[in-house]
Design a protein around this ligand. Structure first.
Ligand SMILES: CC(C)(COP(=O)(O)OP(=O)(O)OC[C@H]1O[C@@H](n2cnc3c(N)ncnc32)[C@H](O)[C@@H]1OP(=O)(O)O)[C@@H](O)C(=O)NCCC(=O)NCCS
Length: 172
């Protein structure tokens, strides 16, 4: 039986890795596609931890590439649940480039994704509420409402496009 409410910290996931040449392009910066696959993976793990169930990616809401990530860089992926609805969870993923020699780190990528919890039959399942426990989590939690509104209007727009494209296909 899933808990009624869980802290953001409880399901937070962190992964550190070094960038090798096979994940970079001819400019020696990391492939966007590889970054996005890693974001989806750590976000899914975080959503599974929070919901204690299987999850599917409903949407990648945003991926902002703020700074290039280069060969040899040490990067840390951090993911946390920043908002929950009934069955959906918004996951915030931050990728920082760390300098191991002076201990500083710089935010290189910021992403928000939405996952939906599913039961063993693949039907959507309800998820525990979430609450913040520090300043960073509070900011993400308090600003979620705006992102939810944007997501809803984007979804309506997307549904209209899907419906139009399906109509066109029927008449081909
Ligand atoms: C995501 C999916 C389960 C939603 O199913 P649905 O029948 O549209 O369900 P609903 O409209 O009731 O939405 C369920 C929840 O997901 C949210 N949601 C659905 N589509 C969304 C989207 N594109 N963006 C953001 N949230 C979305 C809804 O707001 C709702 O949230 P709530 O329960 O917290 O209120 C379904 O579209 C699906 O299975 N898609 C394929 C997923 C997939 O294959 N992912 C890639 C591999 S994991």
């Amino acid at each position: 039986m899933p808990k009624e409410s869980k802290s953001m910290t409880a399901s937070k996931s962190i992964k550190a890795t070094q960038v090798f040449p096979e994940h970079t392009n001819h400019l020696n910066t990391m492939f966007g596609g590889h970054i996005m696959a890693n974001i989806d993976e750590i976000a899914a793990i975080t959503a599974m931890r929070h919901s204690e169930s299987n999850v599917v990616t409903a949407s990648t809401d945003s991926v902002d590439f703020l700074k290039p990530i280069r060969t040899g860089d040490i990067v840390t992926y951090e993911a946390l649940v920043s908002y929950v609805g009934s069955s959906s969870m918004e996951i915030c993923v931050q990728i920082n480039v760390d300098n191991p020699f002076d201990g500083t780190s710089e935010l290189a990528v910021l992403s928000f994704l939405t996952f939906v919890a599913v039961d063993k039959d693949g039907k959507k399942a309800s998820v525990p509420k979430v609450y913040p426990t520090n300043e960073e989590e509070e900011w993400l939690f308090n600003t979620a409402e705006t992102r939810v509104q944007q997501r809803m209007s984007k979804r309506t727009e997307s549904k209209n496009t899907v419906s139009f494209l399906n109509q066109i296909k029927e008449h081909k």
